[in-house]
Design a protein around this ligand. Structure first.
Ligand SMILES: CCCCCCCCCCC/C=C/C(=O)SCCNC(=O)CCNC(=O)[C@H](O)C(C)(C)COP(=O)(O)OP(=O)(O)OC[C@H]1O[C@@H](n2cnc3c(N)ncnc32)[C@H](O)[C@@H]1OP(=O)(O)O
Length: 305
């Protein structure tokens, strides 16, 4: 145990978890001091990411606004990471709620147009940006809550899985899952690892092969999300949840989080270059390009009907 703790402490000061110790101001706010007055809100906005930080409570809400479906394009992910870094450096921010500013969709996952018909150089930059985003969110010392207010397939599901807690709107029309095989592509190992860490081995074995998208009730049943709420209670519940987490001393929670996530993080850090090569090689294949093209056509055709 002592060696695990030493490792976790080393991790806490390592590149991906540098924020852990920096943000460890213990329990400045309990639920009773919660005050969400508009005057305390800080707003910062890029074209696709909107951030509201309440420095009284320490809760930041990061909203995706990349119409029509919050697809994770290279530009979106770059803006995400810039906004994320700002929050990580802000000591008044103790927790981040991820949600969508668009109706009916949390995130449609990776932008297929960034993978389809693009150059290997472009896809390299695209995949690096995705790795970077994931390492930041998954490795964050802040408390991160996903407020899932719509469809959340593939990369959208990964984003939610990287958080500490997932709250979803209770509506059967919203689906979440790792559905890559349905597109004729393969989710990389770290998508699978995040799913497995959350729902267990057998469920992820079924899930990644079939490419299952679960509705909200099914997602709750298998533990893919932690809580369902009516639409009008989503942000208030996410904020209240965050305030409850604030009662735990930051440093102890952060070290514990680092211990639990270390193996998954290390695997990615060790395999980062190979993962980029795999992605670029895989998406260079004619058969994969064909699958992506057909899927895009299907999406557009569905709309035309
Ligand atoms: C050996 C192993 C090596 C492994 C190496 C790695 C291999 C590659 C790994 C790749 C991992 C991929 C991860 C992903 O995230 S792939 C993306 C998966 N996403 C989806 O399947 C979602 C598709 N979209 C939808 O289902 C719906 O759009 C949605 C439910 C989200 C919303 O429905 P709605 O009816 O509201 O909207 P429309 O369907 O009409 O869509 C509106 C427009 O948006 C376009 N669109 C939708 N999704 C995407 C997307 N992901 N990327 C780009 N564009 C998207 C859609 O075509 C419409 O466009 P138009 O308005 O122009 O018609």
């Amino acid at each position: 145990m002592a060696s695990v703790l030493r490792q976790a402490a080393r991790l806490a000061s390592s590149r991906c978890l540098t924020q852990l110790s920096a943000a460890s101001s213990t329990s400045r706010l309990g639920a009773s001091s919660y005050n969400f007055s508009p005057s305390s809100r800080n707003a910062s906005t890029s074209s696709t990411i909107k951030v509201q930080l309440d420095s009284n409570t320490g809760v930041a809400i990061m909203m995706f606004q990349n119409p029509p479906v919050n697809s994770m394009s290279l530009d979106f992910m770059t803006e995400f990471v810039i906004a994320w870094d700002k929050l990580e450096l802000d000591k008044s921010c103790r927790g981040i709620i991820l949600t969508s500013a668009l109706p009916n969709v949390f995130s449609a996952g990776l932008d297929i147009m960034d993978m389809y018909g693009t150059t290997p150089e472009h896809r390299t930059a695209f995949w690096k940006a995705l790795q970077e985003l994931w390492l930041k969110v998954y490795g964050s010392g802040k408390i991160v809550v996903a407020a899932i207010n719509g469809a959340s397939p593939a990369g959208g599901c990964l984003m939610a899985l990287s958080c500490d807690y997932r709250i979803m709107i209770d509506n059967p029309k919203y689906k979440i899952g790792i559905n890559e095989t349905k597109l004729g592509i393969v989710a990389p190992f770290w998508f699978k690892d995040c799913l497995e860490n959350t729902v267990g081995y057998r469920m992820s074995e079924m899930s990644v092969q079939y490419g299952i998208l679960y509705n909200s009730a099914e997602a709750l049943k298998i533990g893919l999300v932690d809580q369902l709420v009516p639409e009008d209670k989503l942000i208030s519940t996410a904020t209240e949840t965050m305030i409850k987490w604030f009662a735990i001393p930051d440093y102890a929670r952060q070290i514990s989080k680092a211990m639990v996530r270390k193996a998954t993080m290390d695997k990615m850090l060790a395999g980062r270059e190979a993962d980029i090569t795999n992605f670029v090689t895989f998406t260079n294949k004619d058969s994969i390009q064909k699958s992506l093209g057909m899927y895009m056509e299907m999406l557009k055709g569905r709309k035309a009907k």
